[in-house]
Design a protein around this ligand. Structure first.
Ligand SMILES: Nc1ncnc2c1ncn2[C@@H]1O[C@H](COP(=O)(O)OP(=O)(O)OP(=O)(O)O)[C@@H](O)[C@H]1O
Ligand SMILES: [Mg+2]
Length: 292
């Protein structure tokens, strides 16, 4: 297993009058090569999990294993984790601190003291991978980029580190629908190109329903349930009570259930919803005819 969280609890400002519990007895494991989504409403603990996986904070209790090794063990080589795991934090803008795109994306390779030619190749590949042509973008000022471009630069900076895992913390928040679609397409493509493990934090299901292999639902720092996208959507009514935004097709399916009580809610997209609805409509037609 890439990561294993065993009975992890985390309290901010532990043992002070300002203590805020954020995670409670959380047990989860993340397998290599998968796209894993953690979905929960605001304050459910997503960013706290990101900070734990990045070893920026230590569990108050419980154990975090990376490739089988306890990260709090004195003998644990933190660089092994830092080299393997790239993070796109909740506000990617805050992650960009160099003046130009080229300098920002080359920060990782320079820190690794890679030869100049190698570093240049990594930066070029990373920028091309996020659809920002190298020649066009390398000298651009980072402050003058759009929100979507800043996110791409932040992702390129992470790709240039050649990680095997990328953690995205609500990467589409604040983007317009087109920026959001483009970013999701990019993340899906990265997965195929680089065989990455992706851990994706989201407050709604829309972003992850067609992307994730497995979804874990969080509420107030606890795991509620886990499953494939279809298994998760079968609990649509419960998800509403947890303040988790549903994908459009599921929202419509729930509304249609007033008319067609047997309609399934585990439809992954509008095309599936249409097929299901037509099936039910023809069934109900059939039963009303058969009464005569
Ligand atoms: N630095 C901090 N100091 C004290 N409490 C914190 C801190 N960061 C988070 N918390 C608290 O921990 C809990 C979990 O917060 P966290 O930011 O992990 O949730 P989240 O799911 O990422 O929320 P969001 O969707 O709003 O980003 C919340 O109750 C929050 O108020
Ligand atoms: Mg957060």
């Amino acid at each position: 297993m890439l990561f294993e969280l065993k009975n992890i609890s985390y309290t901010y400002l532990h043992n002070t009058p300002f203590a805020t519990p954020a995670l409670h007895d959380l047990s989860l494991s993340f397998a290599e090569g998968q796209t894993i989504a953690l979905v929960g409403a605001t304050k459910s603990g997503k960013s706290t999990i990101v900070d734990l996986l990045a070893c920026l904070i230590k569990p108050t209790s419980g154990t975090l294993l990376f490739e089988g090794d306890d990260v709090t063990n004195k003998t644990f080589a933190i660089d092994r984790l830092r080299n393997a795991v790239g993070i796109v934090f909740q506000s990617p803008e805050a992650q960009i601190f160099e003046e130009t795109v080229g300098k920002d994306v080359s920060f990782g390779p320079r820190r690794k003291k890679l030869p100049l030619a190698e570093s240049r190749r990594l930066v070029q590949e990373a920028l091309e991978a996020v659809s920002l042509p190298y020649e066009d973008f390398r000298s651009r000022y980072t402050y003058a980029l759009s929100g979507g471009q800043k996110r791409r630069v932040a992702i390129a900076g992470v790709l240039a580190l050649q990680p095997k895992v990328i953690i995205f913390d609500e990467p589409t928040a604040g983007l317009d629908p087109r920026g959001r679609r483009e970013l999701l397409t990019l993340i899906a493509r990265l997965k195929q190109m680089h065989n990455l493990t992706t851990i994706y934090m989201s407050s709604g299901l829309d972003d992850v329903i067609e992307l994730a292999d497995i979804i874990h639902i969080l509420d107030q720092g606890q795991l509620v349930f886990s499953g494939t996208p279809r298994e998760i959507l079968a609990h649509a009514e419960k998800l509403v009570t947890l303040d988790i935004a549903l994908p459009e097709a599921t929202q419509i399916a729930l509304a249609l259930r007033e008319l067609l009580p047997a309609l399934r809610t585990d439809v992954l997209n509008l095309a599936e919803l249409e097929t299901e609805t037509l099936k039910h409509l023809s069934l109900s037609n059939f039963s009303s005819h058969s009464r005569f």
